[in-house]
Design a protein around this ligand. Structure first.
Ligand code: IMP
Length: 412
């Protein structure tokens, strides 16, 4: 059975913990889109690991982490992340695709230039510009580094094409020697991951696909242009790995019990006052990659219903329910109105300030739930809250997370 774990909001839903928790039942853990813009935090026995590029499942000794074609790789950052794990005594089993596109130093520079004119609030990791080159058919892939002459030709072409932005900023020779030397250290991990994964499927070896970012940041179906540059929805798996879409058997959607977003863009249920600040403090809502404070707000079930549909979610995970524990009243948005008329979440809404969220209000449970192990032991108010989510989304909840640790998880 192959499982996809997908965020149903604007990222930071707590997918890293869920991947780490479920990884023991899968042989391969696969990152298939995005790059080191992601920040997946996993807490094991009081140690906090933050993954940016490596699949969160690599903490399990016998599992194979895969970085497949749809991921853009900054080789320096990849090696740094591997070195950090090694310092803790963990040598990840890793396969990296020869088809992965590289993030080059000029991509990071261009990210900054674009951001000056068009405020998206990117992570400044060069993600967008690397994907622009991929789509523009001039990107440099891992495989291109196998042939130094080809690599140099491509590098020259890229620097020439971008001369009007880069001016004298980058020296071809410096990039050439740096990338060739980084490549030597990455080479042992490079394989045809498409072939490996398809063989695994033929041999009935279970695969877990680890989504990065969230559905509402999808380049096609998110709140464009305030999105990332990859397909964060379930469709990204097939095009990002080269495995057929009909080989994904379960699609697990992860939702935080409230909503957060980092960077610019629409956020109808955002709380700008004390309650938002309270959620930020309690939920430690600061970007795992950039450290930026996350914007916080009530749970938006209109957006989550849309995300559930886009991905064909067949089980739900609710994370960080414990963060709501001291609130006397909790609101949930179940409807959008525009000019007084109900409207659905649509990625092309141009003026989000016209969207008025309609809320239903729940009484809080006002007690600590961090040590509860059984669903039936949760306060009635918390169960009502969860059942309302299931009701609106029409999908059953399979896991509820009530804290960062692996054992702070309730199975339903
Ligand atoms: P980029 O992916 O760096 O180009 O950033 C585009 C948008 O996606 C920005 O609003 C970022 O804050 C957001 N973003 C990118 N990666 C993540 C993530 O892992 N979690 C949450 N937001 C993200």
């Amino acid at each position: 059975m192959n499982l996809a774990i997908i965020g149903l909001q604007w990222g930071d839903e707590g997918k890293g913990k869920i991947v780490d928790l479920l990884a023991k039942d899968y042989n391969y853990i696969v990152r298939y889109q995005g790059g080191n813009n992601a920040g997946h935090t996993v807490d094991v026995d009081g140690f906090e690991f933050v993954f940016h590029l490596l699949p969160s499942g690599v903490l399990h000794p016998k599992k194979i982490g895969v970085i497949s074609d749809g991921v853009v790789i900054n080789p320096k950052e990849l090696l740094k992340e591997m070195a950090l794990l090694e310092e803790k005594g963990i040598t990840p089993n890793l396969y990296i695709s020869l088809g992965c596109h590289l993030i080059m130093p000029y991509h990071i520079f261009i990210d900054g230039v674009i951001e000056k004119n068009q405020k998206i609030g990117t992570t400044m990791r060069g993600i967008g510009p690397a994907y622009i080159d991929r789509v523009g058919r001039c990107g440099i892939r891992m495989a291109d580094l196998l042939d130094e002459k080809l690599f140099v030709e491509k590098l020259e072409l890229n620097l020439l094409q971008k001369e009007y932005i880069l001016k004298e900023e980058f020296k071809q020779e410096e990039i050439r020697s740096e990338y060739l030397s980084l490549f030597e250290r990455i080479k042992p991990y490079l394989v045809d991951t498409r072939a490996v994964l398809n063989k695994a499927i033929a041999d009935s070896e279970p695969i877990l696909f680890e989504g990065a970012q969230g559905t509402l940041l999808d380049i096609g179906f998110g709140t464009y242009p305030y999105v990332t540059s990859s397909h964060t929805t379930v469709g990204g798996i097939s095009v990002g790995t080269g495995i057929p879409a009909n080989r994904i058997s379960e699609i697990m959607g992860v939702i935080k019990a409230y909503t957060t977003r980092v960077g610019e863009g629409p956020f109808p249920t955002e709380l700008k006052e004390d309650t938002g600040e309270n959620l930020r403090m309690k939920g430690r809502e600061y970007g795992a990659t950039t450290g930026r404070p996350r914007r916080c707000g009530w749970l938006d079930l209109v957006a989550a219903r849309y995300a559930t549909e886009v991905n064909g979610v067949n089980s739900l995970v609710i994370t960080k329910l414990d963060v709501l524990s001291d609130l006397p009243k909790i609101k949930v948005c179940t409807e959008y109105r525009m000019n007084g008329k109900p409207c659905e979440f649509q990625p092309w809404i141009s003026d989000w300030s016209e969207i008025e969220p309609v809320y239903i209000e729940f009484p809080g449970w006002c007690r600590d739930i961090g040590n509860i192990k059984e669903y039936s032991e949760l306060p009635m108010e918390a169960r009502d809250y969860l059942e309302a989510i299931e009701g609106v989304l029409g999908v059953k909840i399979s896991l509820v997370s009530v804290g960062a640790r692996r054992d702070q998880t309730i199975k339903l």
